[in-house]
Design a protein around this ligand. Structure first.
Ligand SMILES: Nc1nc2c(ncn2[C@@H]2O[C@H](COP(=O)(O)OP(=O)(O)O)[C@@H](O)[C@H]2O)c(=O)[nH]1
Ligand SMILES: [Mg+2]
Length: 308
């Protein structure tokens, strides 16, 4: 199996390249740092979607240390960027919080196309490979294709999939799945949901009904509600995500398609905006391309010596 860092490195290649390209020669050579280079650095960070607040902080830290003679080399500058970004991304994180003695119920929510089904499948694959028992539930009953797509992931991950006919009530699928997950003592149940947007109110009502119904069978569930955010949408993703955050009790984020964008810095802006931890990162379309989000690894992949 590939090393996790290499998955991050490969997935974040576009962002790393875009950062080093927009920073041009300022991280190399011996030119003294001045207002112009600081401004260029800040623009480069903002261009990679880090957001104004984080970009300003990083540049100010560099300025401060440069003026005190602490910075001597390009590596010293990279080190500051790495440390600052790691600190920002660690702010809202808690230790993994899975129950080891009973079923964990995970609800995956998000707008259409943001990567819910794919992430549900990749999560199943990840946990299965970690020796856990995993059950998937196809609560996107809106389209027959969505059920088929999840079943395919079930085959890949070698997991059972609870499903019903298309058009069935998603809550009843969720209800059956939780009952089955409890009876058969699974470690994890992952519920895939629909993300259609044309009836926003309907969707939000459906999600809260699902949560209520799940709670009737298993009062402490769902244990986690993870919102998938498509990183390649940039700032637009933030706007779309707001509604879910206010209505579905989201507990964490899965950031998908980090590999498809040169703007992976959006993770930092998201953390600043939502104060929610990024739990997993989607870094490609292969089963192993969903990885627990690791702030330090993320920072190292973006600001490695090689990418300067
Ligand atoms: N490159 C890449 N593609 C992804 C990732 N996650 C999902 N996708 C693709 O995005 C598309 C929509 O994903 P899907 O899971 O069906 O979204 P859903 O509508 O939210 O369930 C599919 O073509 C996926 O293969 C990722 O991390 N990287
Ligand atoms: Mg789907």
């Amino acid at each position: 199996m590939k090393s996790i860092f290499s998955v991050f490195q490969r997935g974040l290649q576009k962002t790393a390249t875009s950062i080093s390209r927009s920073l041009g020669g300022i991280f190399t050579g011996t030119a003294a740092w001045n207002d112009e280079t600081y401004e260029k650095l800040k623009e480069g960070l903002i261009g990679a979607d880090f957001g104004l607040a984080a970009s300003t902080k990083i540049v100010n830290d560099i300025k401060d240390r440069y003026s005190r003679g602490i910075i001597k080399t390009t590596d010293d500058i990279m080190e500051i960027a790495r440390t600052d970004i790691t600190a920002i991304l660690n702010k809202n994180r808690k230790d993994p919080f899975y129950k080891t003695d009973s079923l964990n119920v995970i609800l995956i929510v998000g707008v259409n196309g943001s990567g819910k089904t794919t992430s549900a499948g990749k999560l199943a694959y990840l946990w299965k490979n970690d020796g856990k028992t995993v059950l998937l539930a196809a609560c996107d009953t809106f389209r027959a294709a969505a059920v088929e797509q999840l079943k395919l992931w079930g085959d890949r991950a070698k997991c059972n999939v609870i499903s019903s006919t298309s058009g069935a009530d998603p809550s009843s699928v969720a209800f059956d799945a939780v009952q089955s997950g409890l009876a058969k003592k699974y470690d994890f149940l992952i519920l895939d949901t629909a993300g259609r947007q044309h009836t926003r109110k309907g969707l939000m009502d459906e999600l809260s009904k699902m949560t209520r119904v799940i709670g009737k069978v298993y009062p402490e569930a769902p244990h986690h509600v993870w919102l998938t955010i498509d990183a390649s949408m940039g700032a637009n993703a933030l706007v779309q995500a707001k509604e879910f955050l206010s209505t579905s009790g989201v507990t964490g984020l899965i950031l998908t398609k980090l590999d498809g964008t040169g703007k992976g810095g959006i993770v930092v802006a998201i953390e600043e905006e939502f104060h929610l931890p990024v739990i997993f990162a989607g870094l490609g379309e292969q089963p192993e391309d969903l990885q627990p989000f690791d702030p330090e690894m993320f920072a190292n992949a973006l600001f490695s010596k090689k990418t300067a």
